[in-house]
Design a protein around this ligand. Structure first.
Ligand SMILES: Cc1cc2nc3c(=O)[nH]c(=O)nc-3n(C[C@H](O)[C@H](O)[C@H](O)COP(=O)(O)OP(=O)(O)OC[C@H]3O[C@@H](n4cnc5c(N)ncnc54)[C@H](O)[C@@H]3O)c2cc1C
Length: 302
């Protein structure tokens, strides 16, 4: 596939379906269309992603905590599509031109007849620059690696730290956002750090380790059934996780996480931001109907 040849669209006489993003939505769309469209119906399916692999995000926390190898949660897209019709192009999408029916990639352009936008989401920092600059995300395999490295490095630094306050800061991890991702992440990271301390850092005092979950609303898992959320809350507290509800984070400085309430900053060497997602910036300027989170409104047929 020569992605730079924009004349290709009608060159082979086939209608071109262009799918952007090989996440759950894009990859499934490519596989499904391949199944339901007859082979000879003159349709070409092209799938584009910036990565050569599909990432299984539900197990990203386990990869971050080292419970499983990161390689186990990625599947090469070309392998998934082997013996199927969709053609894979590994490239970054830079712009979408709906009028010209053309997508600009980092290394060229592709015209299309039908476009499926499945570029996923980006972390929403709600415009708080200090958080964007200092906090860690948990969106992809590199993020998972970084969280694990930061946890280990901060424990290493704590071993040589004589100042108890600074040592406690180095042994503190905070997760902001108590939705599904935040709750799962905080529990996984807490267990990982307990295990790491026991196994590799016997000189550190486990009582100095803190794991804190910060949430703006008055309960964890606010989109879930209240009983289920209460039981998750109790379970986390039993594990030793501190939960701060009704706390709006306003920044992240050298002093730690800062709050709107005026509560003193929470010093924490590792801060993971799991407070929400926003639609891909590539769809922001498209003249399409969006919901309040900036996501394109779709019907059951996409
Ligand atoms: C840590 C974590 C745990 C989760 N656990 C669960 C769970 O247990 N259950 C559940 O239902 N959901 C879970 N989710 C949510 C789930 O991952 C998302 O709902 C799902 O990934 C959305 O699928 P998608 O195809 O829309 O986007 P994505 O899976 O994000 O796929 C988007 C694709 O687009 C590609 N892309 C983005 N921008 C560009 C660009 N400019 N150029 C080229 N390619 C681009 C990306 O590389 C990616 O492959 C979890 C999410 C996270 C972060």
């Amino acid at each position: 596939m020569n992605a730079t040849n924009s004349q290709d669209r009608n060159g082979n006489g086939k209608k071109r379906v262009l799918i952007l993003g090989a996440g759950f939505a894009g990859l499934q769309t490519a596989i499904h269309l391949d199944k339901i469209l007859p082979r000879d119906d003159g349709v070409e399916i092209i799938l584009v992603d910036q990565n050569h692999f599909h990432l299984f995000t539900p197990m990203l926390h386990e990869a971050a905590s080292g419970v499983i190898q990161p390689g186990l949660i990625i599947a090469p897209v070309r392998r998934v599509l082997r013996n199927r019709r969709p053609i894979f192009v590994r490239d970054r999408v830079d712009a979408i031109d709906l009028d010209e029916r053309r997508v600009r990639l980092c290394r060229g352009e592709i015209d299309y007849d039908i476009l499926v936008i499945a570029l996923g989401s980006v972390t929403n920092f709600y415009g708080i620059d200090s958080v964007r600059q200092r906090a860690l995300e948990i969106k992809n395999a590199d993020d998972a690696d970084e969280v694990r490295c930061r946890v280990v490095e901060s424990f290493e630094a704590a071993t040589g730290e004589a100042d108890p306050e600074r040592r406690r800061e180095l042994m503190t991890l905070a997760v902001v956002g108590a939705g599904c991702t935040g709750v799962e992440a905080v529990a996984e990271f807490h267990e990982f750090r307990e295990h790491l301390l026991r196994e590799q850092f016997p000189e550190l005092d486990p009582h100095e380790m803190r794991t804190v979950l910060v949430e703006v609303q008055d309960r964890v898992l606010s989109t879930f059934d209240a009983g289920l959320a209460r039981s998750a809350h109790r379970r986390m507290e039993r594990m030793g996780i501190e939960i701060l509800l009704n706390h709006t984070v306003t920044g992240l400085s050298e002093r730690g996480l800062e709050f709107a309430s005026g509560r003193p900053p929470l010093p924490s060497a590792v801060v993971v931001w799991a407070a929400g997602v926003a639609a891909s910036p590539l769809v922001q300027d498209l003249p399409l109907e969006k919901d309040r989170m900036g996501r394109v409104v779709v019907g059951s047929d996409l």
